[in-house]
Design a protein around this ligand. Sequence first.
Ligand code: PLP
Length: 341
Amino acid sequence: MEKKDIDWSNLGFGYIKTDKRFVSNFKDGAWDDGIMTEDATVSISECAGVLQYAQTCFEGLKAYTTKQGKIVCFRPDLNAQRMIDTCKRLEMPVFPEERFVEAVVETVKANAAYVPPYGSGATLYIRPYMFGSSAVIGVSPAEEYQFRVFTTPVGPYFKGGAKPITIRVSDFDRAAPHGTGHIKAGLNYAMSLYAIVDAHNQGFAENMYLDAATHTKVEETGGANFIFITKDGKLVTPKSNSILPSITRRSLMQVAKDYLGIEVEEREVFFDEVKDFAECGLCGTAAVISPVGKINDHGKEICFPSGMDEMGPITKKLYDTLTGIQMGHMDAPEGWIKEIM
Ligand SMILES: *Cc1c(COP(=O)(O)O)cnc(C)c1O
């Protein structure tokens, strides 16, 4: 297979149209077989549920080339399960787990020429998503839905090393206690745009959201979960029903325990104790871990001892181990790596 002529190491994180995408329609209570198509446009009713009442959700994962030269993706079964949980909460029909994984595999295969080579740092980002496609004017779930998977090549997240970022404590809330924070719904992102643009305008890379009810406990950022390292080397991660269960974070917890012998605590984390941690990172598919060097709390700075030059030592170990597992430098736990071709 001939790779596309792309300058892999200079790719950014943007949409680049690839050759094929998967589309399946839900009608009269059932999903059709789906097709792989070259048509990158979506044609739906002007009154579609997604357009009027934001009935839409998504997933995100990556395909990449391992040291052994295989194209693989990481734990797609967990993305499938998470989308099922999301769909139930949004009154959308579930797309079965095995079919989800198969759609991801087939879409990557159909765009194999866009999977960046081993060592480039770039990956093929995979975006499964679903939306209400039939007309809805009175507030209710749509009757028809479309499930799609497209891919787009994205560049290395860290160009020239992972520099720690500065984030701020947000006065905006991300998720209500019994709301939709735990699901990957488009609506959670629509309402976060104002807060992130404002954060960027003030010179901050991300917002740290606190729990909406009391503003005393750490939740997450707009698109990544927190991990903290204590001064005695434990991994602490916030537990809350309104946090999106990051697959990267859950994998890092297991890697910490089973590969590195690090003690892991998933528990409520009060903002008051953040100043006492030694390291802080944001985890998600895109960056794996982005180190946080500084948190600005309304002008008061929390500076982690790991500093602003590089990742903290334990964060680095976690990062190297998880990416090592992903890239085929070391053995993966059973079922973590899905071989595509
Ligand atoms: C997708 C997402 C994450 C990261 O999840 P991964 O499965 O690790 O990519 C974290 N927080 C939010 C709000 C998200 O939408």
